[in-house]
Design a protein around this ligand. Structure first.
Ligand SMILES: O=C(O)CCC(=O)C(=O)O
Length: 278
């Protein structure tokens, strides 16, 4: 077996002790279905604290300098109107996020799900504007990553207001974490978009389940679980904070190829002004 890659832990060890943990039944559900939905990851007061930081970040320009604020569905071109604003690494701009009860709780839950060696390795924030017609299309997170490696990874998705079918809650295909990576393509078949979607017709999503949540609830999903969110058809922003966790990454003995990533890289090479996706 190839040695595991050493992963950096995201932020300092949480100063706070976790105040919520998953039950054995919830852990078993995650392993069977590849996702889990819980009504409360943190108390309401913490939701208000995180939401204040979140809204400040989306109103600041600091993250633009590094290109960390960009459109999930469109090419990363300066001055272009953003349809689904996303901030990569929000904790880089607001390190106080890492000192919240939210992060203490989610780190402890990640370890319960993928083992004690699991670290938080990154975060992002997707803030869908009111009456925004863009879904986050069906995808598996691993389709974005280096195909030469295998992963034990998961994400925690936390809404900062109610998440509903109307404003864009998470949908999952139960059991899809046991599949290989299904064929993907850049969103809208435009290789200059940083986002990916499952190739139309490559999968039947009729077994998908919607996970509506109160503010401060959470869904967890495995790096291979197929997931999607619908457009935001509400009057308010649909704010979600997302943390990524990983127990290990290992070089595969026989590397795979993800042609969709090769297309994106080739298109970007022709357009050096466009920033690469993460
Ligand atoms: O919030 C969204 O619209 C999508 C989130 C997502 O795809 C993820 O957390 O992996």
């Amino acid at each position: 077996m190839n040695p595991a890659v050493t992963l950096p832990d995201y932020g300092a060890p949480a100063a706070l002790k976790p105040t919520r943990l998953l039950t054995p039944e919830q852990i078993a559900f995650y392993h069977e279905h590849g996702y889990l939905s819980i009504d409360s990851l943190m108390p309401a007061a913490d939701v208000a604290e995180v939401r204040k930081i979140y809204d400040r970040l989306f109103n600041e320009d600091s993250q633009r300098a590094d290109g960390d604020l960009y459109d999930l569905t469109g090419a990363r071109e300066a001055g272009k109107k953003i349809s689904i604003p996303q901030i990569l690494n929000p904790a880089k701009y607001a390190p106080e996020l890492l000192a919240t009860q939210m992060v203490a709780n989610l780190k402890a839950m990640m370890k319960q799900l993928h083992g004690p060696e699991t670290k938080m390795v990154g975060d992002h924030a997707i803030n869908k504007p009111p009456h925004n017609a863009a879904p986050t299309p069906w995808h598996q997170d691993e389709a974005y990553w280096d195909p030469a490696k295998e992963y034990s990874s998961l994400s925690v998705w936390i809404p900062l207001q109610p998440a509903t079918k109307q404003n864009g809650c998470m949908y999952f295909v139960p059991g899809s974490h046991k599949l290989d990576i299904v064929p993907h393509r850049p969103i809208g078949d435009n290789p200059l978009t940083p986002g990916l979607e499952v190739e139309p017709g490559a999968f039947d999503f009729s077994s998908a389940v919607a996970c509506e949540l109160p503010p401060g609830g959470a869904t967890f999903h495995h790096g291979r679980t197929l997931h999607y969110t619908p457009p935001n058809n509400s009057e308010d922003y649909r704010r979600a904070y997302i943390a990524m966790g990983s127990a290990y990454e290992r070089k595969l003995a026989t590397p795979r190829r993800f042609p969709w990533k090769e297309r994106q890289a080739a298109a970007r090479a022709q357009h050096p002004s466009i920033k690469p996706a993460n």
